[in-house]
Ligand binder design. Structure first.
Ligand code: AHM
Ligand code: MG
Length: 338
């Protein structure tokens, strides 16, 4: 089954809204195919690797692939009549598509290349996206209606550029994944109704930041180190690390640090879309204080700490943050502690 057939089947009707959503997903998938093609040949193509020399609004150096992928998402939606506004990690402000705004009420929020430090060394990267329906008319172009919690997302998903290119999405009816068949140029359904295991062996975080975390996170890591059942797995690309946890269970953490008290990850186009997927797959996502989907951003590039994954593993981290011992810590996967 192809992605667009699947979206229509999920919506269970062929009305104009369903056709629009299916067309939008198709366009996102097309952007993913273009990015995937460029990544596959990056070492052979001029101007595909390295930095542009610019910095984005977060003060991060922009890679050529970030800029390419950002433009790909713009061009697949330009003149499409499908999406009125774009919000991207790589654009300081909301990007309006006036030609579409009279007929479209949708906003696409995206991180064009997540984990871009992996690009130049040929490791996995991803694109993350969320779709929201515009509330109000936004005539003054402030985008105030976007500063609302992640529950407002209609669709969320990501594309993982790994050994194969995988498209994962949810429209609030479970989480489904599709694999790009390069010989057909189509994403074909590969897993339906994915469920995150209640508990898994993986913990994923940048331990190089350990001395910048709050003590509760150091306590959690000491606990993990004392139990031989855990495996540290961190690729430096959130999409890949989250995908492992979605399929195998465990927890991904990016806590606040002394340098970045709200962590590194951006709410609207990184944490909230993945939180939507996690909850749809029976997992959990928290900032440590609040459910990620309850957080109301105060600006479009706001950052939040992120703890996401299997319910029991997220609860274990929360128990350290709240300074309480879990009455029943997750069963240690059949192997005793050391
Ligand atoms: P990016 O979107 O600019 O690539 O930043 C997000 C990435 C995540 O994919 C990853 O989890 C994190 O940054 C890695 O950060 P660090 O190098 O601090 O561990
Ligand atoms: Mg990112």
């Amino acid at each position: 089954m192809t992605l667009s057939q699947h979206v229509l089947q999920q919506l269970n009707n062929f009305g104009p809204d369903a056709q629009d959503l299916s067309a939008i997903m198709n366009r996102i998938a097309f952007a993913g195919k273009l990015v995937s093609r460029r990544l596959t040949r990056a070492g052979l193509v001029e101007d595909a690797l390295g930095f542009t020399g610019r910095q984005n609004i977060q003060g991060e150096s922009v890679k050529k692939m970030d800029s390419y992928a950002n433009d790909v998402f713009i061009s697949v939606f330009q003149q499409s009549g499908l999406v009125c506004r774009l919000v991207s990690e790589e654009m300081d402000d909301i990007y309006y598509m006036p030609e579409s705004c009279s007929i479209s009420r949708y906003t696409l929020l995206y991180d064009p290349i997540d984990g871009s430090s992996n690009v130049d060394i040929n490791l996995n990267v991803g694109s993350i996206f969320a779709l929201r329906r515009q509330q109000g008319d936004d005539t003054d172009q402030t985008g105030a209606d976007l500063l609302t919690p992640g529950h407002e997302q209609l669709v969320a998903g990501y594309i993982l550029y790994g050994p194969s290119t995988v498209f994962v999405y949810s429209i609030g009816k479970g989480v489904h994944s599709f694999t790009l068949d390069p010989s057909l140029g189509e994403f074909i359904l590969s897993s339906e109704n994915i469920q995150i295991p209640e508990h898994g062996p993986n913990y994923s975080l940048n331990e190089g930041n350990m001395w910048q975390w709050e003590e509760s996170f150091r306590d959690y890591i000491r606990y993990v180190h004392r139990h031989e059942v855990y495996s540290g797995r961190y690729s430096g690309a959130l999409v890949g690390d989250f995908h492992r946890i979605l399929m195998q269970g465990g927890v991904f953490l990016y806590p606040g640090t002394t340098k970045n008290p709200a962590g590194k990850l951006r709410l609207l186009y990184e944490s909230a879309p993945l939180a939507f997927l996690a909850e749809q797959a029976n997992g959990k996502a928290t900032t440590g204080d609040h459910s990620v989907l309850d957080v109301k951003p105060d600006h479009i590039h706001m950052r939040t700490p992120l703890i996401i994954g299997s319910r029991e593993d997220v609860a274990l981290v929360e128990s350290f943050i709240q300074g309480r011992k879990l009455e029943q810590p997750p069963a240690p996967l059949g192997v005793s502690s050391i």
